[in-house]
Design a protein around this ligand. Structure first.
Ligand SMILES: [Zn+2]
Length: 347
Protein backbone atom coordinates (compact mmCIF):
# COMPACT_ATOMS: atom_id res chain seq x y z
CA UNK A 1 0.00 0.00 0.00
CA UNK A 2 1.50 3.29 -1.12
CA UNK A 3 1.41 6.52 0.86
CA UNK A 4 1.30 9.99 -0.70
CA UNK A 5 2.68 13.12 0.97
CA UNK A 6 4.22 16.45 -0.01
CA UNK A 7 6.46 18.35 2.42
CA UNK A 8 4.87 21.66 1.39
CA UNK A 9 1.81 20.57 3.39
CA UNK A 10 3.86 21.45 6.50
CA UNK A 11 4.07 25.15 5.60
CA UNK A 12 0.79 26.15 7.31
CA UNK A 13 1.72 27.10 10.88
CA UNK A 14 -1.37 28.32 12.79
CA UNK A 15 -0.61 29.55 16.30
CA UNK A 16 -3.82 30.25 18.19
CA UNK A 17 -7.40 29.08 18.17
CA UNK A 18 -10.42 30.65 19.85
CA UNK A 19 -12.53 27.95 21.50
CA UNK A 20 -15.24 28.10 24.15
CA UNK A 21 -14.43 31.69 24.98
CA UNK A 22 -10.67 31.31 25.27
CA UNK A 23 -7.54 31.29 23.18
CA UNK A 24 -5.68 27.99 23.10
CA UNK A 25 -2.74 26.69 21.09
CA UNK A 26 -4.04 25.72 17.63
CA UNK A 27 -4.50 21.93 17.59
CA UNK A 28 -3.95 21.52 13.84
CA UNK A 29 -0.16 21.56 13.85
CA UNK A 30 2.27 20.44 11.13
CA UNK A 31 3.80 18.11 13.70
CA UNK A 32 0.76 15.84 13.27
CA UNK A 33 1.82 15.06 9.73
CA UNK A 34 5.51 14.80 10.69
CA UNK A 35 4.70 12.14 13.28
CA UNK A 36 2.65 10.12 10.79
CA UNK A 37 5.23 10.57 8.00
CA UNK A 38 8.02 9.32 10.26
CA UNK A 39 5.88 6.37 11.37
CA UNK A 40 5.32 5.47 7.70
CA UNK A 41 9.08 5.51 7.09
CA UNK A 42 9.76 3.29 10.12
CA UNK A 43 7.23 0.80 8.80
CA UNK A 44 8.70 0.77 5.28
CA UNK A 45 5.71 2.28 3.54
CA UNK A 46 6.74 3.74 0.18
CA UNK A 47 6.01 7.48 0.43
CA UNK A 48 5.68 9.31 -2.87
CA UNK A 49 4.94 12.95 -3.62
CA UNK A 50 1.80 13.82 -5.58
CA UNK A 51 1.85 15.03 -9.15
CA UNK A 52 0.40 18.47 -9.81
CA UNK A 53 -3.12 17.99 -11.16
CA UNK A 54 -3.73 21.74 -11.21
CA UNK A 55 -6.65 23.77 -9.88
CA UNK A 56 -9.38 22.32 -12.10
CA UNK A 57 -10.18 19.28 -9.91
CA UNK A 58 -10.24 21.53 -6.82
CA UNK A 59 -12.61 23.91 -8.62
CA UNK A 60 -14.82 20.94 -9.53
CA UNK A 61 -15.78 20.92 -5.83
CA UNK A 62 -15.12 24.50 -4.70
CA UNK A 63 -16.34 27.89 -5.95
CA UNK A 64 -13.53 29.09 -8.29
CA UNK A 65 -13.53 32.53 -6.61
CA UNK A 66 -13.11 30.82 -3.23
CA UNK A 67 -10.12 28.84 -4.50
CA UNK A 68 -8.53 31.94 -6.04
CA UNK A 69 -9.07 33.95 -2.84
CA UNK A 70 -6.60 31.85 -0.85
CA UNK A 71 -3.70 32.33 -3.27
CA UNK A 72 -2.63 35.77 -2.05
CA UNK A 73 -4.91 36.32 0.96
CA UNK A 74 -1.98 36.28 3.40
CA UNK A 75 0.01 38.85 1.42
CA UNK A 76 -3.07 41.07 1.09
CA UNK A 77 -3.72 40.88 4.81
CA UNK A 78 -0.14 41.82 5.65
CA UNK A 79 -0.24 44.76 3.22
CA UNK A 80 -3.48 46.02 4.75
CA UNK A 81 -3.26 45.08 8.44
CA UNK A 82 0.46 44.79 9.14
CA UNK A 83 1.25 42.47 12.01
CA UNK A 84 -2.34 42.09 13.23
CA UNK A 85 -3.41 38.45 13.64
CA UNK A 86 -5.16 37.34 10.43
CA UNK A 87 -8.35 35.89 11.86
CA UNK A 88 -11.73 36.38 10.15
CA UNK A 89 -14.42 38.13 12.17
CA UNK A 90 -16.88 39.73 9.70
CA UNK A 91 -19.05 36.82 8.58
CA UNK A 92 -22.07 37.36 6.34
CA UNK A 93 -24.16 34.53 7.74
CA UNK A 94 -27.07 33.14 5.71
CA UNK A 95 -28.26 36.41 4.21
CA UNK A 96 -28.05 38.32 0.98
CA UNK A 97 -24.76 39.92 0.14
CA UNK A 98 -21.60 39.72 -1.92
CA UNK A 99 -17.89 39.50 -1.28
CA UNK A 100 -16.43 42.99 -0.85
CA UNK A 101 -13.13 44.16 -2.28
CA UNK A 102 -11.64 44.41 1.24
CA UNK A 103 -9.43 41.65 2.62
CA UNK A 104 -11.32 41.98 5.94
CA UNK A 105 -14.66 41.49 4.20
CA UNK A 106 -13.42 38.71 1.95
CA UNK A 107 -11.77 36.72 4.73
CA UNK A 108 -15.05 36.72 6.63
CA UNK A 109 -17.06 35.98 3.48
CA UNK A 110 -15.06 32.84 2.68
CA UNK A 111 -14.98 31.51 6.27
CA UNK A 112 -17.66 30.18 8.61
CA UNK A 113 -15.50 30.49 11.72
CA UNK A 114 -12.13 31.67 13.04
CA UNK A 115 -10.32 28.34 12.89
CA UNK A 116 -8.34 28.83 9.68
CA UNK A 117 -6.01 31.77 10.34
CA UNK A 118 -4.06 33.03 7.35
CA UNK A 119 -0.43 31.99 7.47
CA UNK A 120 2.29 32.60 4.95
CA UNK A 121 2.32 28.96 3.88
CA UNK A 122 -1.45 28.33 3.93
CA UNK A 123 -2.00 28.33 0.16
CA UNK A 124 0.90 25.95 -0.47
CA UNK A 125 -0.25 23.63 2.33
CA UNK A 126 -3.91 23.41 1.27
CA UNK A 127 -3.03 23.17 -2.44
CA UNK A 128 -0.63 20.27 -1.92
CA UNK A 129 -2.92 18.58 0.58
CA UNK A 130 -5.57 18.54 -2.17
CA UNK A 131 -3.01 17.26 -4.70
CA UNK A 132 -2.12 14.45 -2.28
CA UNK A 133 -5.78 13.41 -2.21
CA UNK A 134 -5.94 13.61 -6.01
CA UNK A 135 -2.82 11.45 -6.39
CA UNK A 136 -4.34 8.82 -4.08
CA UNK A 137 -7.56 8.86 -6.14
CA UNK A 138 -5.65 8.72 -9.42
CA UNK A 139 -3.75 5.63 -8.36
CA UNK A 140 -6.97 3.96 -7.25
CA UNK A 141 -8.45 4.75 -10.68
CA UNK A 142 -5.40 3.12 -12.25
CA UNK A 143 -5.93 -0.10 -10.31
CA UNK A 144 -4.28 0.23 -6.89
CA UNK A 145 -6.51 -1.48 -4.35
CA UNK A 146 -5.82 0.96 -1.51
CA UNK A 147 -3.74 4.14 -1.29
CA UNK A 148 -3.16 6.38 1.73
CA UNK A 149 -3.11 10.15 1.25
CA UNK A 150 -1.44 11.86 4.20
CA UNK A 151 -3.48 15.02 3.75
CA UNK A 152 -2.70 17.93 6.05
CA UNK A 153 -4.37 20.33 6.67
CA UNK A 154 -7.48 18.16 6.85
CA UNK A 155 -10.52 18.82 4.65
CA UNK A 156 -13.84 17.27 5.68
CA UNK A 157 -15.28 20.40 7.32
CA UNK A 158 -14.66 22.64 4.29
CA UNK A 159 -17.80 23.69 2.42
CA UNK A 160 -17.80 24.39 -1.31
CA UNK A 161 -17.38 28.11 -0.61
CA UNK A 162 -16.21 28.50 2.99
CA UNK A 163 -13.53 27.28 5.35
CA UNK A 164 -14.59 25.60 8.58
CA UNK A 165 -12.97 23.62 11.39
CA UNK A 166 -9.28 23.91 10.35
CA UNK A 167 -10.20 22.95 6.75
CA UNK A 168 -10.10 25.02 3.54
CA UNK A 169 -10.18 22.49 0.69
CA UNK A 170 -12.27 19.36 1.09
CA UNK A 171 -9.71 16.72 0.15
CA UNK A 172 -12.07 13.74 0.52
CA UNK A 173 -14.73 15.39 -1.65
CA UNK A 174 -12.10 16.28 -4.26
CA UNK A 175 -10.88 12.65 -4.25
CA UNK A 176 -14.44 11.30 -4.53
CA UNK A 177 -15.21 13.59 -7.47
CA UNK A 178 -12.01 12.43 -9.16
CA UNK A 179 -12.99 8.77 -8.63
CA UNK A 180 -16.34 9.45 -10.29
CA UNK A 181 -14.49 9.68 -13.62
CA UNK A 182 -14.01 5.92 -13.43
CA UNK A 183 -16.61 4.66 -10.93
CA UNK A 184 -20.31 5.48 -11.25
CA UNK A 185 -21.09 5.11 -7.53
CA UNK A 186 -18.62 6.30 -4.90
CA UNK A 187 -19.07 6.13 -1.14
CA UNK A 188 -17.37 8.27 1.48
CA UNK A 189 -17.05 6.77 4.95
CA UNK A 190 -16.06 9.39 7.51
CA UNK A 191 -14.74 7.95 10.77
CA UNK A 192 -13.32 11.17 12.19
CA UNK A 193 -14.93 11.98 15.54
CA UNK A 194 -16.45 15.19 14.13
CA UNK A 195 -19.23 15.37 11.55
CA UNK A 196 -17.95 15.44 7.98
CA UNK A 197 -20.21 18.46 7.58
CA UNK A 198 -18.48 19.93 4.54
CA UNK A 199 -18.52 16.63 2.68
CA UNK A 200 -22.13 16.05 3.67
CA UNK A 201 -23.15 19.51 2.49
CA UNK A 202 -21.30 19.25 -0.83
CA UNK A 203 -23.00 15.98 -1.82
CA UNK A 204 -26.34 16.49 -0.04
CA UNK A 205 -28.39 16.63 -3.24
CA UNK A 206 -26.40 14.07 -5.21
CA UNK A 207 -27.25 10.41 -5.58
CA UNK A 208 -23.94 9.31 -7.09
CA UNK A 209 -21.78 9.97 -4.02
CA UNK A 210 -22.94 8.36 -0.80
CA UNK A 211 -21.78 9.99 2.43
CA UNK A 212 -21.79 8.12 5.73
CA UNK A 213 -20.42 10.02 8.72
CA UNK A 214 -19.83 8.43 12.12
CA UNK A 215 -19.36 11.06 14.79
CA UNK A 216 -20.25 12.37 18.22
CA UNK A 217 -23.78 13.82 18.38
CA UNK A 218 -23.59 17.39 17.07
CA UNK A 219 -26.24 18.49 19.57
CA UNK A 220 -23.46 19.04 22.14
CA UNK A 221 -20.21 18.71 20.19
CA UNK A 222 -18.61 20.42 17.17
CA UNK A 223 -19.51 20.81 14.36
CA UNK A 224 -22.89 21.47 16.05
CA UNK A 225 -24.95 22.39 12.97
CA UNK A 226 -24.96 19.33 10.72
CA UNK A 227 -24.74 15.58 11.24
CA UNK A 228 -28.09 14.82 12.89
CA UNK A 229 -29.56 11.41 12.13
CA UNK A 230 -32.69 12.78 10.45
CA UNK A 231 -30.54 14.43 7.75
CA UNK A 232 -30.73 11.90 4.92
CA UNK A 233 -30.04 13.95 1.79
CA UNK A 234 -32.43 15.78 -0.53
CA UNK A 235 -33.70 15.53 -4.09
CA UNK A 236 -31.55 13.12 -6.10
CA UNK A 237 -29.51 12.66 -2.91
CA UNK A 238 -32.46 11.50 -0.79
CA UNK A 239 -31.19 8.52 1.22
CA UNK A 240 -27.57 8.99 0.11
CA UNK A 241 -26.54 10.65 3.38
CA UNK A 242 -26.30 8.62 6.58
CA UNK A 243 -25.34 10.15 9.92
CA UNK A 244 -24.45 7.73 12.71
CA UNK A 245 -24.10 9.51 16.03
CA UNK A 246 -22.26 8.50 19.17
CA UNK A 247 -22.80 9.68 22.72
CA UNK A 248 -20.03 11.31 24.74
CA UNK A 249 -18.37 8.54 26.74
CA UNK A 250 -19.14 5.77 24.24
CA UNK A 251 -16.52 3.01 24.09
CA UNK A 252 -15.29 0.61 21.44
CA UNK A 253 -18.36 -1.60 21.56
CA UNK A 254 -20.76 1.25 20.80
CA UNK A 255 -18.44 2.77 18.20
CA UNK A 256 -18.01 -0.50 16.31
CA UNK A 257 -21.74 -1.27 16.42
CA UNK A 258 -22.48 2.00 14.64
CA UNK A 259 -19.51 1.50 12.31
CA UNK A 260 -21.04 -1.82 11.22
CA UNK A 261 -24.27 -0.01 10.38
CA UNK A 262 -22.19 2.25 8.15
CA UNK A 263 -20.53 -0.65 6.34
CA UNK A 264 -23.93 -2.20 5.69
CA UNK A 265 -25.28 1.08 4.32
CA UNK A 266 -22.33 1.35 1.93
CA UNK A 267 -22.97 -2.20 0.75
CA UNK A 268 -26.68 -1.45 0.25
CA UNK A 269 -25.80 1.65 -1.78
CA UNK A 270 -23.77 -0.51 -4.19
CA UNK A 271 -20.58 1.53 -4.00
CA UNK A 272 -17.95 0.72 -6.61
CA UNK A 273 -15.19 2.70 -4.90
CA UNK A 274 -14.61 4.14 -1.45
CA UNK A 275 -13.05 7.20 0.12
CA UNK A 276 -12.35 6.93 3.84
CA UNK A 277 -12.15 10.21 5.74
CA UNK A 278 -9.67 8.81 8.20
CA UNK A 279 -9.54 10.66 11.50
CA UNK A 280 -7.87 9.30 14.61
CA UNK A 281 -9.50 11.78 16.97
CA UNK A 282 -11.94 9.22 18.38
CA UNK A 283 -8.95 7.93 20.37
CA UNK A 284 -9.58 8.08 24.11
CA UNK A 285 -6.50 10.25 24.69
CA UNK A 286 -6.95 12.60 21.75
CA UNK A 287 -7.16 16.16 23.10
CA UNK A 288 -10.45 16.78 21.26
CA UNK A 289 -12.08 13.38 21.90
CA UNK A 290 -15.19 12.70 23.95
CA UNK A 291 -15.35 8.98 23.12
CA UNK A 292 -13.01 6.12 24.00
CA UNK A 293 -11.66 4.45 20.89
CA UNK A 294 -8.72 2.07 21.30
CA UNK A 295 -5.93 0.73 19.11
CA UNK A 296 -7.77 -2.60 18.84
CA UNK A 297 -10.82 -0.73 17.63
CA UNK A 298 -8.82 1.00 14.88
CA UNK A 299 -7.31 -2.37 13.92
CA UNK A 300 -10.80 -3.84 13.54
CA UNK A 301 -12.04 -0.90 11.47
CA UNK A 302 -9.02 -1.08 9.16
CA UNK A 303 -9.46 -4.79 8.46
CA UNK A 304 -13.20 -4.60 7.94
CA UNK A 305 -12.82 -1.70 5.51
CA UNK A 306 -10.30 -3.74 3.49
CA UNK A 307 -12.72 -6.68 3.48
CA UNK A 308 -15.38 -4.54 1.79
CA UNK A 309 -13.35 -5.35 -1.31
CA UNK A 310 -13.61 -1.84 -2.76
CA UNK A 311 -10.91 0.23 -4.47
CA UNK A 312 -10.18 2.68 -1.67
CA UNK A 313 -8.49 6.03 -1.11
CA UNK A 314 -7.71 6.68 2.56
CA UNK A 315 -7.67 10.43 3.16
CA UNK A 316 -6.21 11.72 6.41
CA UNK A 317 -8.50 14.00 8.41
CA UNK A 318 -8.21 14.79 12.14
CA UNK A 319 -6.28 13.25 14.97
CA UNK A 320 -4.41 15.66 17.22
CA UNK A 321 -1.31 15.75 19.35
CA UNK A 322 -2.28 13.25 22.05
CA UNK A 323 0.10 10.49 23.10
CA UNK A 324 -1.35 7.85 20.77
CA UNK A 325 -1.70 9.66 17.42
CA UNK A 326 1.29 8.02 15.77
CA UNK A 327 0.55 4.63 17.36
CA UNK A 328 -3.06 4.65 16.16
CA UNK A 329 -2.03 5.66 12.65
CA UNK A 330 0.53 2.83 12.73
CA UNK A 331 -2.06 0.32 13.95
CA UNK A 332 -4.61 1.34 11.33
CA UNK A 333 -2.26 1.45 8.34
CA UNK A 334 -0.23 -1.67 9.14
CA UNK A 335 -3.48 -3.59 9.79
CA UNK A 336 -4.75 -2.43 6.40
CA UNK A 337 -1.53 -3.58 4.72
CA UNK A 338 -1.61 -6.90 6.54
CA UNK A 339 -5.24 -7.53 5.60
CA UNK A 340 -4.58 -6.63 1.95
CA UNK A 341 -1.69 -9.12 1.90
CA UNK A 342 -3.93 -11.87 3.32
CA UNK A 343 -6.54 -11.29 0.63
CA UNK A 344 -3.85 -11.45 -2.07
CA UNK A 345 -2.66 -14.80 -0.72
CA UNK A 346 -6.19 -16.21 -0.68
CA UNK A 347 -6.96 -15.12 -4.25
ZN1 LIG B 1 -12.05 15.63 13.82
Amino acid sequence: MKAIFDERQLLHTPERYFRRGAYMPHPEQAERAVLIRDMLKRNDFAIEPPRDFGEEPIKAIHDPDYVDFWKDAYQRWRAEAGDAEPIPNCHPGPRRGRPSSSIYGQLGWWATDTSVPLTEGLWQAIYWSAQTALEAAERVKQGDRMVYGLCRPPGHHALSNASNGFCAFNNAAIAAQSLRARFSKVAILDIDTHTGNGTLDIFYERGDVFVCSLHVDPATYPTYYLGYEDERGEGAGEGATVNLTLKPGDGVEQILARFHEGLKAIGDFGAEALVVSLGFDMAADDPLSEVKMTADGFDTMAREIVRLGLPTALIQEGGYLGPSLSDNAETYLTASRDELAKLTLVS
